[in-house]
Design a protein. Structure first.
Length: 449
Protein backbone atom coordinates (compact mmCIF):
# COMPACT_ATOMS: atom_id res chain seq x y z
CA UNK A 1 0.00 0.00 0.00
CA UNK A 2 1.48 3.23 -1.04
CA UNK A 3 0.88 6.51 0.64
CA UNK A 4 -1.89 8.98 0.07
CA UNK A 5 -4.48 6.49 -1.08
CA UNK A 6 -8.04 6.93 -0.19
CA UNK A 7 -11.46 5.88 -1.20
CA UNK A 8 -11.87 8.85 -3.41
CA UNK A 9 -11.47 8.73 -7.10
CA UNK A 10 -12.99 11.58 -8.99
CA UNK A 11 -11.56 10.67 -12.32
CA UNK A 12 -13.02 7.28 -12.54
CA UNK A 13 -16.06 7.25 -10.46
CA UNK A 14 -17.37 10.73 -9.86
CA UNK A 15 -17.98 9.85 -6.34
CA UNK A 16 -19.03 11.80 -3.35
CA UNK A 17 -16.43 12.49 -0.86
CA UNK A 18 -16.54 13.27 2.75
CA UNK A 19 -13.00 13.60 3.86
CA UNK A 20 -13.91 14.41 7.35
CA UNK A 21 -17.24 14.28 8.96
CA UNK A 22 -18.26 15.51 12.25
CA UNK A 23 -21.44 14.47 13.79
CA UNK A 24 -22.77 15.70 17.00
CA UNK A 25 -25.39 13.64 18.60
CA UNK A 26 -25.59 14.58 22.17
CA UNK A 27 -26.89 16.72 24.74
CA UNK A 28 -24.63 19.04 26.54
CA UNK A 29 -23.95 22.67 26.43
CA UNK A 30 -21.01 24.21 24.75
CA UNK A 31 -17.92 24.10 26.76
CA UNK A 32 -15.91 27.18 27.11
CA UNK A 33 -12.76 26.98 25.14
CA UNK A 34 -9.50 27.19 26.87
CA UNK A 35 -6.75 28.81 24.96
CA UNK A 36 -3.79 27.87 27.04
CA UNK A 37 -1.24 25.55 25.57
CA UNK A 38 1.16 23.95 27.93
CA UNK A 39 4.18 21.81 27.48
CA UNK A 40 3.59 18.20 28.17
CA UNK A 41 6.97 16.68 28.85
CA UNK A 42 7.49 13.30 27.30
CA UNK A 43 10.10 10.91 28.51
CA UNK A 44 11.27 9.64 25.20
CA UNK A 45 10.54 12.39 22.79
CA UNK A 46 10.99 16.08 22.49
CA UNK A 47 8.55 18.44 24.16
CA UNK A 48 5.02 17.97 22.96
CA UNK A 49 2.67 20.91 22.56
CA UNK A 50 -0.96 19.92 22.79
CA UNK A 51 -3.91 22.29 22.75
CA UNK A 52 -5.46 22.49 26.17
CA UNK A 53 -9.00 22.97 25.02
CA UNK A 54 -11.46 21.54 27.52
CA UNK A 55 -13.61 19.93 24.88
CA UNK A 56 -10.76 17.63 23.82
CA UNK A 57 -12.03 14.96 26.18
CA UNK A 58 -15.52 15.19 24.73
CA UNK A 59 -14.45 14.26 21.24
CA UNK A 60 -14.02 10.76 19.89
CA UNK A 61 -11.83 10.63 16.81
CA UNK A 62 -12.64 7.59 14.70
CA UNK A 63 -10.11 6.33 12.20
CA UNK A 64 -11.37 4.07 9.44
CA UNK A 65 -8.85 1.82 7.78
CA UNK A 66 -8.19 -1.67 6.44
CA UNK A 67 -5.66 -4.46 6.85
CA UNK A 68 -4.07 -3.71 3.50
CA UNK A 69 -2.99 -0.20 4.45
CA UNK A 70 -2.91 0.13 8.21
CA UNK A 71 0.64 -1.10 8.83
CA UNK A 72 2.02 1.47 6.49
CA UNK A 73 -0.22 4.40 7.31
CA UNK A 74 -1.01 4.23 11.00
CA UNK A 75 2.45 4.60 12.63
CA UNK A 76 2.97 8.19 11.51
CA UNK A 77 -0.29 9.20 13.18
CA UNK A 78 0.64 7.42 16.40
CA UNK A 79 3.85 9.37 16.27
CA UNK A 80 2.26 12.76 15.64
CA UNK A 81 -1.31 13.99 16.01
CA UNK A 82 -2.68 11.03 17.95
CA UNK A 83 -0.26 11.85 20.76
CA UNK A 84 -2.44 14.86 21.54
CA UNK A 85 -5.81 13.18 21.06
CA UNK A 86 -7.13 11.70 24.30
CA UNK A 87 -9.90 9.55 22.79
CA UNK A 88 -9.71 7.72 19.54
CA UNK A 89 -10.82 4.40 18.09
CA UNK A 90 -9.57 2.61 15.01
CA UNK A 91 -11.90 0.46 12.91
CA UNK A 92 -10.70 -1.93 10.28
CA UNK A 93 -11.60 -5.12 8.47
CA UNK A 94 -9.17 -7.04 10.64
CA UNK A 95 -8.65 -7.11 14.39
CA UNK A 96 -5.07 -6.72 15.56
CA UNK A 97 -2.74 -4.64 17.72
CA UNK A 98 -0.32 -2.21 16.19
CA UNK A 99 2.28 -0.45 18.29
CA UNK A 100 0.11 -0.79 21.34
CA UNK A 101 -3.09 0.41 19.69
CA UNK A 102 -6.00 -1.92 19.33
CA UNK A 103 -7.58 -2.10 15.90
CA UNK A 104 -11.22 -3.14 16.04
CA UNK A 105 -12.94 -5.43 13.59
CA UNK A 106 -15.75 -3.23 12.35
CA UNK A 107 -17.65 -6.19 10.89
CA UNK A 108 -17.72 -8.53 13.85
CA UNK A 109 -21.35 -7.81 14.63
CA UNK A 110 -22.57 -7.65 11.07
CA UNK A 111 -25.02 -10.36 10.08
CA UNK A 112 -23.36 -13.60 9.07
CA UNK A 113 -25.79 -13.83 6.17
CA UNK A 114 -24.60 -10.61 4.67
CA UNK A 115 -20.96 -11.46 5.11
CA UNK A 116 -21.41 -14.85 3.52
CA UNK A 117 -23.61 -13.83 0.66
CA UNK A 118 -21.75 -10.77 -0.53
CA UNK A 119 -18.61 -11.68 -2.50
CA UNK A 120 -16.90 -8.45 -1.44
CA UNK A 121 -16.32 -10.06 1.95
CA UNK A 122 -13.95 -12.65 0.53
CA UNK A 123 -10.93 -10.69 1.79
CA UNK A 124 -12.49 -10.42 5.21
CA UNK A 125 -12.99 -14.17 5.49
CA UNK A 126 -9.47 -14.82 4.32
CA UNK A 127 -8.06 -12.44 6.94
CA UNK A 128 -10.19 -14.10 9.59
CA UNK A 129 -8.94 -17.56 8.69
CA UNK A 130 -5.30 -16.94 7.93
CA UNK A 131 -4.53 -13.59 9.47
CA UNK A 132 -2.13 -11.38 7.59
CA UNK A 133 -0.79 -14.46 5.80
CA UNK A 134 -4.10 -14.43 4.00
CA UNK A 135 -3.13 -11.33 2.10
CA UNK A 136 -1.77 -12.09 -1.33
CA UNK A 137 2.00 -12.05 -1.39
CA UNK A 138 2.39 -10.38 -4.75
CA UNK A 139 1.52 -7.09 -3.15
CA UNK A 140 -1.56 -6.40 -5.22
CA UNK A 141 -3.63 -6.32 -2.07
CA UNK A 142 -1.30 -3.94 -0.32
CA UNK A 143 -2.90 -1.13 -2.16
CA UNK A 144 -4.74 0.61 0.58
CA UNK A 145 -8.42 0.75 1.16
CA UNK A 146 -8.77 3.32 -1.55
CA UNK A 147 -9.68 2.58 -5.14
CA UNK A 148 -6.31 3.94 -6.29
CA UNK A 149 -7.04 3.27 -9.90
CA UNK A 150 -8.19 -0.27 -9.25
CA UNK A 151 -11.85 -0.51 -8.49
CA UNK A 152 -11.54 -4.23 -7.97
CA UNK A 153 -9.08 -3.62 -5.15
CA UNK A 154 -10.50 -5.94 -2.45
CA UNK A 155 -9.74 -3.48 0.34
CA UNK A 156 -11.72 -0.81 -1.43
CA UNK A 157 -14.63 -3.11 -2.12
CA UNK A 158 -14.95 -3.80 1.57
CA UNK A 159 -14.55 -0.20 2.62
CA UNK A 160 -18.05 0.91 1.76
CA UNK A 161 -19.52 -1.58 4.22
CA UNK A 162 -17.69 -0.06 7.13
CA UNK A 163 -19.46 3.26 7.51
CA UNK A 164 -22.70 2.50 9.29
CA UNK A 165 -21.31 -0.23 11.57
CA UNK A 166 -18.46 2.16 12.36
CA UNK A 167 -20.84 4.86 13.51
CA UNK A 168 -22.86 2.44 15.54
CA UNK A 169 -19.74 1.11 17.23
CA UNK A 170 -18.29 4.56 17.83
CA UNK A 171 -21.43 5.61 19.61
CA UNK A 172 -21.24 2.60 21.91
CA UNK A 173 -17.50 3.02 22.35
CA UNK A 174 -17.94 6.51 23.81
CA UNK A 175 -21.59 7.03 24.68
CA UNK A 176 -20.65 10.12 26.66
CA UNK A 177 -18.83 11.83 23.78
CA UNK A 178 -20.40 14.99 22.40
CA UNK A 179 -18.59 14.97 19.10
CA UNK A 180 -17.60 12.20 16.73
CA UNK A 181 -14.95 12.98 14.16
CA UNK A 182 -14.41 10.53 11.33
CA UNK A 183 -11.17 10.52 9.42
CA UNK A 184 -9.10 8.25 7.23
CA UNK A 185 -5.44 7.52 7.56
CA UNK A 186 -4.52 9.90 4.78
CA UNK A 187 -6.26 12.77 6.54
CA UNK A 188 -4.19 15.33 8.36
CA UNK A 189 -6.10 16.70 11.30
CA UNK A 190 -5.20 20.01 12.93
CA UNK A 191 -6.42 19.05 16.34
CA UNK A 192 -6.15 22.44 18.00
CA UNK A 193 -8.09 24.14 15.22
CA UNK A 194 -10.68 21.39 15.18
CA UNK A 195 -11.34 21.90 18.88
CA UNK A 196 -11.60 25.65 18.45
CA UNK A 197 -14.02 25.07 15.61
CA UNK A 198 -16.23 22.62 17.47
CA UNK A 199 -16.35 25.08 20.35
CA UNK A 200 -18.35 27.36 18.07
CA UNK A 201 -21.20 24.88 17.76
CA UNK A 202 -23.90 23.92 20.17
CA UNK A 203 -23.43 20.24 20.86
CA UNK A 204 -27.09 19.90 21.78
CA UNK A 205 -28.07 20.30 18.17
CA UNK A 206 -27.17 17.60 15.68
CA UNK A 207 -24.58 18.81 13.20
CA UNK A 208 -22.99 17.20 10.23
CA UNK A 209 -20.00 19.12 9.09
CA UNK A 210 -17.61 18.18 6.37
CA UNK A 211 -16.26 18.62 2.95
CA UNK A 212 -17.72 17.21 -0.17
CA UNK A 213 -16.62 17.65 -3.71
CA UNK A 214 -18.34 20.16 -5.85
CA UNK A 215 -19.17 17.19 -8.03
CA UNK A 216 -21.58 16.05 -5.46
CA UNK A 217 -23.37 19.35 -5.37
CA UNK A 218 -23.64 19.38 -9.12
CA UNK A 219 -24.79 15.80 -9.49
CA UNK A 220 -26.78 15.18 -6.38
CA UNK A 221 -29.55 13.22 -8.06
CA UNK A 222 -27.24 10.91 -9.97
CA UNK A 223 -25.16 10.35 -6.90
CA UNK A 224 -28.14 9.42 -4.86
CA UNK A 225 -29.14 6.92 -7.49
CA UNK A 226 -25.59 5.69 -7.60
CA UNK A 227 -25.61 5.18 -3.87
CA UNK A 228 -28.72 3.14 -3.95
CA UNK A 229 -27.27 0.96 -6.66
CA UNK A 230 -23.77 0.68 -5.32
CA UNK A 231 -24.18 0.97 -1.63
CA UNK A 232 -21.01 2.99 -1.38
CA UNK A 233 -20.15 3.84 2.17
CA UNK A 234 -19.74 7.59 2.11
CA UNK A 235 -22.95 7.94 0.15
CA UNK A 236 -24.91 5.76 2.50
CA UNK A 237 -23.80 7.85 5.39
CA UNK A 238 -24.65 11.09 3.67
CA UNK A 239 -28.02 9.77 2.67
CA UNK A 240 -28.76 8.32 6.07
CA UNK A 241 -28.07 11.65 7.71
CA UNK A 242 -30.02 13.53 5.14
CA UNK A 243 -32.94 11.19 5.71
CA UNK A 244 -32.98 12.16 9.34
CA UNK A 245 -32.84 15.81 8.33
CA UNK A 246 -29.30 16.53 9.33
CA UNK A 247 -27.99 18.59 6.47
CA UNK A 248 -24.35 18.85 5.62
CA UNK A 249 -22.54 22.05 6.46
CA UNK A 250 -20.01 22.45 3.72
CA UNK A 251 -16.90 23.45 5.60
CA UNK A 252 -14.55 24.31 2.77
CA UNK A 253 -11.91 25.73 3.15
CA UNK A 254 -11.45 24.38 6.68
CA UNK A 255 -11.64 20.85 5.30
CA UNK A 256 -9.51 20.30 2.24
CA UNK A 257 -9.75 17.60 -0.37
CA UNK A 258 -6.15 18.24 -1.35
CA UNK A 259 -2.90 17.58 0.41
CA UNK A 260 -0.87 20.61 1.46
CA UNK A 261 1.67 20.13 -1.33
CA UNK A 262 -0.78 20.43 -4.17
CA UNK A 263 -3.24 22.93 -2.77
CA UNK A 264 -3.63 26.10 -4.80
CA UNK A 265 -4.15 28.71 -2.09
CA UNK A 266 -5.88 30.99 -4.55
CA UNK A 267 -8.53 28.49 -5.60
CA UNK A 268 -12.12 29.68 -5.29
CA UNK A 269 -14.91 27.33 -4.28
CA UNK A 270 -18.35 28.48 -3.24
CA UNK A 271 -16.97 32.01 -3.20
CA UNK A 272 -14.31 31.21 -0.67
CA UNK A 273 -10.58 31.05 -1.01
CA UNK A 274 -8.51 29.11 1.51
CA UNK A 275 -6.05 31.89 2.35
CA UNK A 276 -7.89 33.74 5.11
CA UNK A 277 -9.48 30.75 6.84
CA UNK A 278 -8.18 28.38 9.51
CA UNK A 279 -7.14 24.87 8.43
CA UNK A 280 -8.67 21.78 9.96
CA UNK A 281 -7.90 18.93 7.57
CA UNK A 282 -5.95 18.06 4.49
CA UNK A 283 -6.65 14.91 2.56
CA UNK A 284 -4.44 12.44 0.64
CA UNK A 285 -1.51 13.26 2.82
CA UNK A 286 1.52 11.03 2.38
CA UNK A 287 3.55 10.12 5.42
CA UNK A 288 6.42 12.56 4.93
CA UNK A 289 4.01 15.46 4.56
CA UNK A 290 2.14 14.44 7.69
CA UNK A 291 5.39 14.42 9.58
CA UNK A 292 6.71 17.75 8.33
CA UNK A 293 3.37 19.51 8.71
CA UNK A 294 3.11 18.17 12.24
CA UNK A 295 6.49 19.65 13.05
CA UNK A 296 5.35 22.94 11.61
CA UNK A 297 2.14 22.80 13.62
CA UNK A 298 4.07 21.97 16.80
CA UNK A 299 6.26 25.00 16.22
CA UNK A 300 3.16 27.10 15.72
CA UNK A 301 1.70 25.84 18.99
CA UNK A 302 4.95 26.64 20.73
CA UNK A 303 5.09 30.18 19.33
CA UNK A 304 1.37 30.95 19.66
CA UNK A 305 0.20 29.51 22.91
CA UNK A 306 -2.89 31.69 22.99
CA UNK A 307 -5.92 31.75 20.80
CA UNK A 308 -4.34 32.14 17.36
CA UNK A 309 -5.85 29.78 14.80
CA UNK A 310 -3.47 28.51 12.17
CA UNK A 311 -4.77 29.76 8.83
CA UNK A 312 -3.99 28.62 5.33
CA UNK A 313 -2.10 31.88 4.90
CA UNK A 314 0.14 30.94 7.81
CA UNK A 315 0.77 27.52 6.32
CA UNK A 316 1.66 29.13 3.03
CA UNK A 317 3.96 31.70 4.60
CA UNK A 318 5.66 29.40 7.07
CA UNK A 319 5.58 25.93 5.54
CA UNK A 320 5.49 26.53 1.78
CA UNK A 321 6.95 29.91 0.88
CA UNK A 322 10.41 29.32 2.39
CA UNK A 323 10.83 26.38 -0.01
CA UNK A 324 9.89 28.19 -3.17
CA UNK A 325 13.12 29.18 -4.80
CA UNK A 326 14.54 30.10 -8.16
CA UNK A 327 15.41 26.53 -8.83
CA UNK A 328 14.71 23.24 -7.19
CA UNK A 329 16.00 20.00 -8.66
CA UNK A 330 14.36 16.63 -8.28
CA UNK A 331 11.16 18.40 -7.55
CA UNK A 332 7.87 17.90 -9.26
CA UNK A 333 6.18 21.00 -10.21
CA UNK A 334 2.46 20.51 -10.22
CA UNK A 335 2.52 23.28 -12.75
CA UNK A 336 -0.84 22.04 -13.70
CA UNK A 337 -2.87 24.61 -15.46
CA UNK A 338 -2.47 23.29 -18.98
CA UNK A 339 -4.62 26.02 -20.56
CA UNK A 340 -2.38 28.70 -19.17
CA UNK A 341 0.67 26.72 -20.20
CA UNK A 342 -0.56 26.34 -23.74
CA UNK A 343 -1.08 30.08 -24.20
CA UNK A 344 2.04 31.17 -22.38
CA UNK A 345 4.29 28.81 -24.30
CA UNK A 346 3.20 29.57 -27.85
CA UNK A 347 6.69 30.24 -29.16
CA UNK A 348 8.03 26.73 -28.57
CA UNK A 349 11.46 27.99 -27.48
CA UNK A 350 10.57 27.30 -23.89
CA UNK A 351 11.06 23.58 -24.34
CA UNK A 352 14.73 23.82 -25.16
CA UNK A 353 16.15 24.26 -21.67
CA UNK A 354 15.43 25.01 -18.04
CA UNK A 355 16.56 28.61 -18.57
CA UNK A 356 14.39 29.02 -21.64
CA UNK A 357 11.47 27.69 -19.66
CA UNK A 358 12.19 30.21 -16.92
CA UNK A 359 12.32 33.02 -19.48
CA UNK A 360 8.97 31.97 -20.85
CA UNK A 361 7.55 32.22 -17.35
CA UNK A 362 9.27 35.57 -16.76
CA UNK A 363 7.83 37.04 -19.92
CA UNK A 364 4.27 36.39 -18.81
CA UNK A 365 3.29 38.66 -15.96
CA UNK A 366 0.81 36.13 -14.59
CA UNK A 367 3.29 33.28 -14.43
CA UNK A 368 4.38 32.27 -10.93
CA UNK A 369 6.07 28.92 -11.34
CA UNK A 370 7.38 26.52 -13.93
CA UNK A 371 8.91 23.10 -14.25
CA UNK A 372 11.24 21.60 -16.75
CA UNK A 373 12.29 18.17 -17.73
CA UNK A 374 14.02 17.28 -20.99
CA UNK A 375 12.00 18.96 -23.74
CA UNK A 376 9.05 19.64 -21.53
CA UNK A 377 8.29 23.03 -20.06
CA UNK A 378 5.22 23.69 -17.96
CA UNK A 379 4.27 27.05 -16.52
CA UNK A 380 1.56 28.05 -14.11
CA UNK A 381 -0.15 31.07 -12.64
CA UNK A 382 -0.98 29.03 -9.58
CA UNK A 383 1.47 28.38 -6.77
CA UNK A 384 2.02 24.92 -5.42
CA UNK A 385 4.73 23.49 -3.29
CA UNK A 386 4.93 20.15 -5.08
CA UNK A 387 6.98 17.14 -4.10
CA UNK A 388 10.30 15.48 -4.44
CA UNK A 389 10.48 13.59 -7.71
CA UNK A 390 13.01 12.43 -10.23
CA UNK A 391 11.00 10.75 -12.91
CA UNK A 392 8.52 12.59 -14.96
CA UNK A 393 5.05 11.74 -13.97
CA UNK A 394 2.99 11.10 -17.07
CA UNK A 395 -0.20 10.14 -15.32
CA UNK A 396 -1.04 11.78 -12.05
CA UNK A 397 -4.00 10.84 -9.91
CA UNK A 398 -5.28 13.81 -7.97
CA UNK A 399 -7.70 11.48 -6.28
CA UNK A 400 -4.97 9.33 -4.85
CA UNK A 401 -2.38 12.11 -4.80
CA UNK A 402 0.24 9.98 -6.39
CA UNK A 403 1.85 9.36 -9.69
CA UNK A 404 0.10 6.47 -11.40
CA UNK A 405 2.63 6.12 -14.15
CA UNK A 406 6.11 7.39 -14.77
CA UNK A 407 7.50 8.05 -18.20
CA UNK A 408 9.62 5.21 -19.58
CA UNK A 409 10.76 7.00 -22.68
CA UNK A 410 14.37 7.17 -21.44
CA UNK A 411 14.89 3.60 -22.57
CA UNK A 412 15.42 4.09 -26.25
CA UNK A 413 17.50 7.16 -25.64
CA UNK A 414 19.99 5.42 -23.36
CA UNK A 415 20.15 5.42 -19.62
CA UNK A 416 20.57 8.76 -17.99
CA UNK A 417 19.64 10.71 -21.07
CA UNK A 418 16.87 12.39 -19.17
CA UNK A 419 17.51 14.88 -16.41
CA UNK A 420 15.49 14.81 -13.25
CA UNK A 421 12.56 17.17 -13.21
CA UNK A 422 13.36 20.68 -11.94
CA UNK A 423 11.02 23.40 -10.82
CA UNK A 424 11.36 27.10 -10.27
CA UNK A 425 9.29 29.97 -8.95
CA UNK A 426 9.17 33.66 -9.75
CA UNK A 427 10.50 34.62 -6.37
CA UNK A 428 9.93 38.37 -6.73
CA UNK A 429 6.37 37.89 -7.81
CA UNK A 430 5.64 35.61 -4.88
CA UNK A 431 6.10 38.45 -2.42
CA UNK A 432 3.45 40.39 -4.32
CA UNK A 433 1.28 37.31 -4.47
CA UNK A 434 1.40 37.02 -0.69
CA UNK A 435 0.47 40.65 -0.09
CA UNK A 436 -2.28 40.53 -2.72
CA UNK A 437 -3.68 37.44 -1.05
CA UNK A 438 -3.47 39.06 2.37
CA UNK A 439 -5.54 41.93 1.07
CA UNK A 440 -8.40 39.59 0.23
CA UNK A 441 -8.91 38.92 3.94
CA UNK A 442 -11.35 40.83 6.04
CA UNK A 443 -12.67 40.65 9.54
CA UNK A 444 -15.65 38.51 8.60
CA UNK A 445 -13.46 35.64 7.53
CA UNK A 446 -12.94 33.27 10.36
CA UNK A 447 -14.80 30.11 11.19
CA UNK A 448 -17.54 28.96 8.88
CA UNK A 449 -20.47 28.11 11.09
C1 LIG B 1 -6.14 34.57 -7.84
O1 LIG B 1 -6.97 34.03 -8.84
C2 LIG B 1 -7.72 35.00 -9.53
C3 LIG B 1 -8.69 34.31 -10.46
O2 LIG B 1 -8.35 33.02 -10.74
C4 LIG B 1 -6.81 35.95 -10.26
O3 LIG B 1 -7.56 36.91 -10.95
C5 LIG B 1 -5.90 36.61 -9.24
O4 LIG B 1 -4.96 37.42 -9.88
C6 LIG B 1 -5.17 35.57 -8.43
N1 LIG B 1 -4.47 36.23 -7.35
C7 LIG B 1 -3.16 36.22 -7.26
C8 LIG B 1 -2.60 36.98 -6.11
O5 LIG B 1 -2.45 35.63 -8.04
C1 LIG C 1 8.08 18.54 -16.17
C2 LIG C 1 7.16 17.67 -15.39
O1 LIG C 1 7.52 16.71 -14.77
N1 LIG C 1 5.93 18.00 -15.43
C3 LIG C 1 4.91 17.28 -14.75
C4 LIG C 1 4.31 18.19 -13.72
O2 LIG C 1 3.23 17.56 -13.09
C5 LIG C 1 2.22 17.15 -13.97
C6 LIG C 1 1.15 16.52 -13.16
O3 LIG C 1 1.14 16.98 -11.89
C7 LIG C 1 2.72 16.20 -15.02
O4 LIG C 1 1.69 15.90 -15.93
C8 LIG C 1 3.87 16.81 -15.73
O5 LIG C 1 4.42 15.88 -16.61
Amino acid sequence: MATGRSWVDFRRKNRTVFTALIICFLFFHLCRRSTISTNIPSQHRSTLYCPQNLIAKEVLVVLRTGATEVLEKLPVHLDTTLRCIPNYAIYSDYEEDIEGSHIHDVFDELSQDLKESVPDFELYHRLKMKGRDGLSIDGTEHDGSGPSGLLDNPGWKLDKFKFLPMIDKALRHSPQAKWFVFVELDTYLMWGNLLDYLSKFDAEIPHYIGKVTEHWRAHMVEYNQYTIEQWAGDMVLGKALKDVLIPLLWAFPHFQGDPVSTLDHNITKINRQPWCYPVITYHHMPEDEIRSLWEFEQEWQRMHPRDVPLRHANVFKGYIHPYLSKERTEWDNYSVNPEFSKHALKDGEAHTSFEACRSACESNAMCLQFSYRTSMCLVSSEVRLGRRATLQCSEYSTAASKCDKTEERGLGMGEGSLDAVRSGWMVDRLAKYVSAMDQTCNDHMGWII
